[in-house]
Design a protein around this ligand. Structure first.
Ligand SMILES: Cc1cc2nc3c(=O)[nH]c(=O)nc-3n(C[C@H](O)[C@H](O)[C@H](O)COP(=O)(O)OP(=O)(O)OC[C@H]3O[C@@H](n4cnc5c(N)ncnc54)[C@H](O)[C@@H]3O)c2cc1C
Length: 476
């Protein structure tokens, strides 16, 4: 199968026709997007699924400490939204009924260097899910934990146990009474539970490499790209019915500073507004600085929203030093009974919005693996290789763009210059050409693999875009 075909199989929205229960107990570490989606898939194949989470998660729609990025602008790309509907039929429409806002294409203001993009032709399958991060996560959590064989265990995962070449248990520190095996008296007492399959979904700061190393297993290569990204987000009141959606990107070009902005109309009649810079360009927590940046560094819609509506709460900042990936599939040896998902495998520059969608696609890979009649005494190489297809696709989109930033000095992949040239060509032409905009959007929204852009007819169309033309579009 080609990469594009592999990717198409992973992103399918079709529900599995047949699922067999092949596990007695599966244990998932981390109850955020990757862990919850893995638990949903595992509920089809295990008698019992336990999800160990260190945070209290009855916090409803509020941000929580284990997901500190939850205060920042998040959107779920169409490929991720399709996966939610695949595993929780009716998810999107239910979310709309619960307050999710669904902007129409003509309400989208997408700017590149201050120029508004052409409105893409309607693509029925393109349905980005726009809300605050806690709103989305809490709905995924409610639906997953409503499954009869899935149970949340409050505690901090502390290690994995082996029997020969297999992971057969998880150690954790219970948060309190009520957890399986927990003693109410001693707070740091560790508990061990048996598992036929363990899923590490503990996010970017996963300790799985250390746990493997400590048990004598090889550790995966960790690749980092120093993006030095600085986010600041703030909520504003929104007049009922007023809807617009915006992203704004200023490219790293001579004489201008690379910046990103976003305006999302979110549930409970609020706007969530983002201003972001790189390296030394750091938005502060000062309200005045936020307003000034919206007025001076972004197109008119930004000041329109922030100057005409009261701020709710205060500005919250977030710094992400790097994009990173751990290539578990490249290891010589890996234990059976173990898989890893979500940011624990790879996390990208968040401005491309790929993280949660990747987590849903890893769950799709897990489903395909569990339906392939796998030998559970062997390492889950097939799963890890499929996850790599998703990671490579997201990594290519985000890091190829980031390598153009002046402070990012690598690592440069093989063939970077040629791929960068053609991608840059298609990107520039897509600003004016609705067909190319559509092709490009399918890749950036993870509905299609990046290799789908390498078609002769796509490149020819982009080359025609090199012919000079008057710039007709204004930013309004
Ligand atoms: C500023 C910012 C903006 C972003 N914007 C977007 C966006 O627009 N769209 C998008 O798709 N993605 C976005 N992302 C990425 C997205 O947040 C992540 O990709 C996504 O949350 C990954 O989910 P995860 O479940 O793998 O990990 P996480 O969400 O990090 O969750 C890890 C979970 O594991 C738990 N945990 C950790 N250690 C333990 C332990 N030892 N025991 C028990 N539990 C543990 C944590 O409490 C947490 O619940 C953004 C990220 C950032 C930083």
């Amino acid at each position: 199968m080609s990469l594009a075909e592999d990717f198409a199989a992973i992103t399918t929205a079709e529900r599995p026709a047949r699922t067999d229960v092949i596990l007695r107990r599966a244990v998932v570490l981390g109850a955020s997007m990757a862990g919850l989606m893995a638990a949903r898939v595992l509920s089809d194949h295990a008698e019992e699924v336990l999800v160990i989470e260190r945070d209290e998660t009855d916090a409803g729609d509020d941000p929580r400490p284990g997901v500190p990025q939850g205060t920042q602008v998040h959107a779920l790309l169409p490929a991720g939204a399709a996966q939610l509907d695949r595993w929780f039929p009716g998810f999107y429409n239910d979310a709309v009924a619960e307050g999710l806002v669904e902007p129409t294409p003509d309400q989208a203001y997408t700017f590149v260097n201050g120029v508004r993009r052409v409105t893409p032709p309607p693509l029925t399958e393109i349905r980005t899910l726009i809300s605050t991060r806690p709103f989305l996560e809490s709905r995924v959590r409610q639906r997953t934990l409503a499954l009869p064989n899935v149970r949340l265990v409050a505690g901090r995962a502390d290690g994995i146990g082996f029997t020969g070449d297999r992971v057969t248990s998880v150690r954790y520190v219970p948060a309190g009474p009520g957890s399986p095996g927990a003693s109410p008296a001693r707070s740091e007492e560790k508990v061990s539970i048996d598992a036929d399959l363990v899923v590490d979904a503990t996010g970017r700061s996963s300790k799985l490499s250390d746990w493997l190393g400590a048990a004598g297993w090889p550790e995966p290569k960790l690749t980092r790209m120093p993006i030095k990204l600085n986010y600041a987000s703030a909520l504003f009141e929104r007049k009922p019915g007023e809807i617009l959606l915006s992203t704004s990107q200023t490219m790293a070009e001579p004489g201008q500073t690379a910046r990103m902005g976003g305006i999302l109309p979110v549930e409970r009649d609020r706007w969530l507004v983002l201003v972001a810079g790189f390296a030394d360009d750091r938005p502060s927590r000062e309200t005045e600085d936020f307003h000034r940046r919206c007025r001076e560094d972004f197109p008119w819609v930004y000041s329109h929203v922030v100057d005409n509506n009261p701020m709710v709460g205060s500005v919250v900042t977030y710094h992400q030093a790097d994009s990173r990936r751990r290539d578990y599939d490249e290891l010589d040896r890996f234990p059976a009974g173990l898989v890893v998902a979500g940011d624990a495998v790879a996390s990208f520059n968040p401005i491309y919005g790929q993280g949660m969608t990747s987590a849903t696609l890893h769950a799709s890979c897990l489903s395909a693996y569990l339906r392939s009649n796998p030998s559970l005494d062997e390492p889950a190489w097939d799963y890890l290789r499929q996850v790599r297809v998703v990671v490579d696709a997201a990594w290519q989109i985000s890091t190829f763009a980031d390598l153009a930033l002046p402070h990012v000095n690598g690592p440069f992949p093989r063939g970077y210059k040629v791929t960068r040239f053609f991608t840059g060509l298609i990107f520039s032409a897509s600003l004016y050409d609705a067909r190319l905009n559509d092709d490009f959007a399918r890749v950036t929204t993870m509905l299609a693999h990046p290799s789908s852009l390498a078609q002769p007819k796509t490149l020819a169309r982009a080359l025609r875009g090199l012919i000079p033309r008057p710039v007709a579009t204004t930013d309004r």
